[in-house]
Design a protein around this ligand. Sequence first.
Ligand code: C2E
Ligand code: MG
Ligand code: MG
Length: 509
Amino acid sequence: MQASTHPSRSRAFRLITIAAAGLGSFTLGLWGLQFGFGGDIAGLPAGVIGGVIASLCALAAAGAALSFFAGVDESASYVFNETQVDKLTGLSARVAMIGRVAEAACQTERTGKPVFLVDIDIDRFKQINDAIGYSLGDELIRAFSERLRSLLEADTAIGRIGAGEFAVLLPDRPDGPPLEDILDGLIAKLSEPYPLSSHMQSVNLSVGVVALPKDGLDPVVLLRRSNLAIQHARAGGIGNWAVYQGEMGRVAEYRQWIESELGSAFERGDFDLHYQPQHELTSGRITGYEALIRWHHPERGTIPPMEFIPIAEETGMINPIGEWALRRACHDARLIPDDCSVAVNISPVQFMTRDFVAQVRRVLADTGIRPQRLELEVTETAMMQDRERAAAILRELSEMGISVAVDDFGTGYSNLSYLIDFSFKKLKIDRSFIKRIESDSGTGAVVSTIVGLSRALGVHTIAEGVETEAQATLLKAAGCEAVQGFFYGRPGPLAIEAPDQRRVANGYN
Ligand code: C2E
Ligand code: MG
Ligand code: MG
């Protein structure tokens, strides 16, 4: 990126200024000498001495003028580079990008041709940075920005506007590919793993789009709106994009409320665990319970986990909340029969924290639960962020005797080869497959394939979200071993009927 030249410092202007400074000093020197000495000095005519001194003055003045301009230019380009260019990536820095958006706004107002501001955010970049260290975090950002640049036309305005956030200005080209295709393509390519010096790093992205002039012309407002669209996209799942809509402001307010409330809710003890039974399909026997967190807010009532877990993950509150849930579930395990396991959901953020295994060890020691009774539910995304570290964590957990189930299996975008490298005990087939199993024969085939795959890998299968008898029958036919869902029992609090005949109530919510 080039510093824009100052019009009053053109080449001709510099020459005129330097010459004028020299001439001025010369005349001043001559005049001073003639005035002071009047006659000869040391045998030389005053005019000659005056001429020599004046020439030296002129040279010094010209040198001073030259160094002044050079200095001004150097500091101008220094200030420019410091504020306008992002040092890590060479892309426009946030201030410069705001300027580019303002330029685009003026242009679109003049021409009437829409421009899209595309805001690309690496999900949980802060946590990734904390987990892999700042130097690898920088490597990731550099690799990401290079890939982003390579995917766009050379003259596209691209800026790094946050730690893991990038903005791109895309003119609406009626003859080009539709915006949806461009966004899908960008997300797919940018989500491919990045080879860093120590490992392959995967990232998930959320993308928000605002249209100029439709969604506004003020760059700061536009960036706020693109951010709202990002939050909306993120709430919709992994690798999503969303175009700004007016009502997103209200959603953002709610999110902000949740963010501000989470800390005090945790201290107040608003959280609770409900348990949902898991049944062996052939015998119907209960083999375990999944712990599902509930937030009972004193004024707003129950807030579903899908509304606050993603926010807790972004703010880091998931670490104390997740540790609390793990500790509480292990503690509650004494209330369920000894041959039943307790399954605890582990957020990707919690899973990748440095001391996760130590945390699990501490909880086991403090609560006295047998490790064989504990099952951790981890999603594919959690394991794909840093495959080597994830594999090491899974190995340690398995050595401790703890089993891991891959939650929401089939919804990730991952390469199945990870299944071979990772030690886990169970695939939990996502509810989206079960929902369609009755109406769509293709889904039945997918479920059978997953069952076949798990057999080949020597791991178990459980289907989640089973709501009807027909679904259960089809799952049995597909060879699925265990089931969980409203048909068998809704999540509910643990209930103890008699001191020595402890059992868990279910079938309510
Ligand atoms: P998940 O782990 O996949 O949990 C299954 C979700 O499906 C639960 O929703 C459960 O109530 C619901 N469900 C179970 N059976 C059925 C059914 O037959 N039909 C339908 N429609 N839904 C069913 P819930 O409790 O709202 O939890 C949602 C998600 O929140 C969980 O998905 C999990 O990802 C997350 N979550 C819940 N508790 C925790 C926790 O303690 N820690 C973390 N990190 N995440 C949690
Ligand atoms: Mg789960
Ligand atoms: Mg699940």
